[in-house]
Design a protein around this ligand. Structure first.
Ligand code: FES
Length: 181
């Protein structure tokens, strides 16, 4: 079992964490919890284990349960291990009307998993989510920081190949802009 003492941000991430904390007035460091959780999730294999949340709490000088309350509220935070590529398919009105259900079924078949599951090789996790605000380019999915829009089954197949070829973990903070939010 992972021990909190073995968890440590890289120097680069720790410097960024300190920079984010300094944005808030003295005593209000708890407000930095969301951006810091994003950094932690990206750094520690794409999910937030109890020791990782405890580590974040220790940095912010708050109780672990205060971190857990935030992490468990937002779907962008993973509380169990996920694949390198978490595929979030929007299932709300516009996307549903334009075929998101067919895309989900197609992906379930191709990846041999059901929604909510991860492939045996640890490459893909498949999820459905509510509107991601890209209704004008429905149907769409999100993977890491990127939106993939106006999808059809061929495009989805191309994406899977691209993700497999690149074989890297995709995090919401992959682009520099996200790391400074
Ligand atoms: S309905 Fe899918 S992005 Fe809004």
């Amino acid at each position: 079992m992972t021990n909190i003492n073995t968890i440590k941000f890289s120097d680069e991430s720790f410097a960024l964490v300190q920079k984010i904390i300094k944005r808030y007035p003295e005593g209000k460091q708890k407000s930095a919890v969301i951006p810091i959780l994003h950094i932690a999730q990206a750094e520690f294999d794409g999910w937030l284990s109890a020791p990782v949340m405890e580590y974040v709490a220790s940095i912010l000088n708050i109780q672990p349960v205060e971190v857990y309350e935030v992490a468990s509220f937002y779907s962008m935070f993973n509380l169990k291990p996920v694949g390198k590529c978490v595929i979030d398919i929007c299932r709300t009105s516009s996307c549903w009307l334009l075929g998101s259900e067919d895309i989900v079924k197609h992906l379930e078949k191709k990846l041999n998993i059901k929604v909510g599951e991860t492939t045996k090789d640890g490459m893909f996790t498949l999820r459905t989510v509510e509107c991601l605000g890209s209704c004008g380019t429905a149907p769409m999915l999100q993977c890491g920081p990127d939106y993939y829009e106006n999808l059809n089954l061929n495009k989805v197949d191309g994406l899977l190949e691209k993700f497999k070829t690149e074989n890297k973990r995709r995090s919401y903070t992959d682009n520099a802009e996200a790391r400074t939010v």
